[in-house]
Design a protein around this ligand. Structure first.
Ligand SMILES: Cc1cc2nc3c(=O)[nH]c(=O)nc-3n(C[C@H](O)[C@H](O)[C@H](O)COP(=O)(O)OP(=O)(O)OC[C@H]3O[C@@H](n4cnc5c(N)ncnc54)[C@H](O)[C@@H]3O)c2cc1C
Length: 500
């Protein structure tokens, strides 16, 4: 029979768990472990919590100005776990619709004839799309569908990935679409767009006719262009802050883990605190730091397969640049929200809602790029980057050139950030079985060292994935039989000792 001592059914009673990283995975793991009756301490390298959920607040004199989401900004409503925590933590009243790419008919997208409004783009998009096909004898609806699918992929994928995918909306898929009545899926006020979401929801079997790489990328295309996406009105950082406020154990910032040594009886962390490095010996550790960071530190006692996955997991960069503008000038241009696909180095431009006092200005998320596009931007100096973005974006929005229009700029190149060295894991190119094998290996513990974070989940690159992995890790620890702890505990030296 299991020993039950304080924690609900935990084998071996309450455990002492050190969590590395105060991103959403670390915080949820700590919160869930405490709920199961365990004792936690969270160690965070930076001076902030939230990790890749990062809300930047511009200030206007001594008043707090509008904010920009430089990390995660939206939650697909179908992300059950994330929505569950939002409700459980009392944030439901902050949930608002997130308006995404192409949701505003007045937003722009590039074409062979320059920037077009979404509402006027169909003819050019269809002509451009048709010109790229070997056989052009498809029904009007089929071509309209293909043109909007292609435009959505182009807006979401990094350029290089799109170039590879572009030819994959192939003949087999179009032939099949030609036999389906697509009229019910025409949407937009003039019926000149296609509702891809409703179509794929009603015809899931069509996905199997998509070329494999397109099929695997489709979820992201549908998630990111869905009308069922939400945001938090006062900023996404409310989520990690609210979880943190519910954790009783200590959350220490400014403590960088620089080495991990796994032994049979314990896990020793080397932690840099200012100029000192301490060794902390722990029974259990949940490591949520990205593998990009982990592979730069000294790791001992890991098995070879684990080291391989730590070193080989692929991450993509992301760069976001936000302009604090004197006013929401795009509203005068008829754009009430959503996003334009700008292309070039800028890639995507979002118009976040200006909920606050208009006297404090408005935020334009001028540029959001991922993958090689983000790498290219991050290689530029800050001044060069801002100049490139302004130059490209002012073709579409010449108001940016007006003196005094841009009051401030804030950006984050996640590929260069010391605590992430990337934005997220990407597994787009992989078969489902390989993706799952990689996920399992990423999450597989090393004795008392457990793993969580978006990279260990079935929903990488989303908050949902980070939360899923955190819950899994908390439950694995709950059911883990204390190992050699029983044998070695008596002989172990003091739990924290200073080293060189
Ligand atoms: C630009 C961008 C846009 C995104 N957009 C969305 C979106 O719209 N919706 C969505 O759901 N998801 C989005 N994501 C993904 C989402 O933000 C992440 O999947 C999620 O926040 C990852 O959480 P995590 O806890 O796994 O990792 P992190 O948030 O990275 O947490 C890891 C923590 O470990 C800390 N750390 C690192 N190294 C050390 C060390 N050596 N010692 C101690 N601590 C350390 C870090 O500082 C960090 O706080 C986006 C991500 C980015 C970058």
């Amino acid at each position: 029979m299991q020993e039950i001592d304080g924690s609900y059914g935990a084998i071996g009673g309450p455990k002492e768990v050190t969590v590395i990283g105060a991103g959403i995975a670390g915080l949820v793991a700590a919160y869930e472990l405490e709920r199961l009756g365990h004792h936690v301490q969270v160690i965070e390298a930076s001076h902030e919590i939230g990790g890749r959920i990062h809300t930047h607040r511009f200030s206007s004199g001594d008043r707090a100005g509008p904010f920009a989401e430089l990390g995660a900004m939206r939650i697909p409503a179908g992300h059950r776990l994330t929505m569950h925590y939002i409700a459980e933590l009392g944030l439901q009243n902050q949930v608002r619709e997130f308006r995404t790419l192409f949701s505003d008919a007045a937003a722009y997208l590039p074409s062979s004839s320059g920037y077009l409004r979404v509402r006027d783009a169909h003819e050019t998009l269809v002509n451009d799309f048709t010109a790229s096909l070997p056989n052009r004898h498809y029904r009007e609806n089929t071509l309209l569908f293909g043109a909007w699918l292609d435009a959505s992929i182009r807006a979401i994928a990094p350029r290089q990935f799109y170039d590879e995918l572009h030819n994959e909306i192939d003949v087999e898929l179009l032939n099949l679409l030609d036999h389906i009545d697509l009229t019910p899926y025409r949407c937009g006020s003039a019926g000149n767009r296609m509702d891809l979401h409703s179509f794929f929801a009603d015809h899931p079997q069509v996905r199997s006719f998509c070329p494999p790489r397109l099929e695997r990328f489709l979820d992201d295309v549908l998630d990111e262009t869905s009308s069922a996406i939400v945001r938090l009105r006062k900023g996404m950082d409310a989520l990690p802050r609210r979880v943190a406020s519910r954790i009783r154990g200590e959350i220490s910032t400014g403590q960088e883990v620089v080495g991990i040594d796994v032994r049979d009886d314990a896990v020793t962390l080397r932690i840099r605190q200012g100029v000192r490095t301490l060794a902390k010996t722990c029974d259990y550790v949940v490591c949520t730091i990205p593998f990009t960071v982990l592979r730069r530190m000294q790791l001992t006692g890991f098995d070879q397969n684990k080291l391989d996955i730590v070193h080989q997991t692929k991450y993509w960069a992301a760069t976001k640049i936000a302009f604090h503008c004197r006013e929401a000038f795009w509203e005068k241009d008829g754009i009430s929200g959503g996003a334009s696909f700008t292309g070039g180095h800028v890639r995507q431009t979002y118009y976040p809602p200006a909920d606050g006092d208009p006297a404090l200005g408005a935020v334009l998320l001028a540029s959001y790029s991922i993958g090689p596009d983000a790498d290219a931007l991050s290689r530029l100096s800050e001044a060069e980057r801002n100049a490139v973005i302004t130059r490209e974006l002012s073709v579409m929005h010449p108001e940016l050139r007006r003196p005094g229009m841009v009051l401030g700029v804030a950006g984050r190149a996640w590929g260069l950030r010391r605590w992430s060295w990337g934005a997220a894991t990407v597994r787009w190119g992989q078969e489902a079985a390989l993706r799952e094998a990689e996920r399992r290996e990423a999450a597989r513990p090393q004795k008392g060292l457990f793993f969580a974070g978006e990279h260990c989940s079935s929903k990488p690159a989303w908050i949902e994935g980070a939360i899923e992995s955190a819950i899994d890790a908390a439950h694995e620890i709950q059911w883990h039989e204390p190992r050699a702890t029983r044998v070695f505990a008596a002989t172990r030296p003091s739990r924290s000792e200073e080293s060189a």
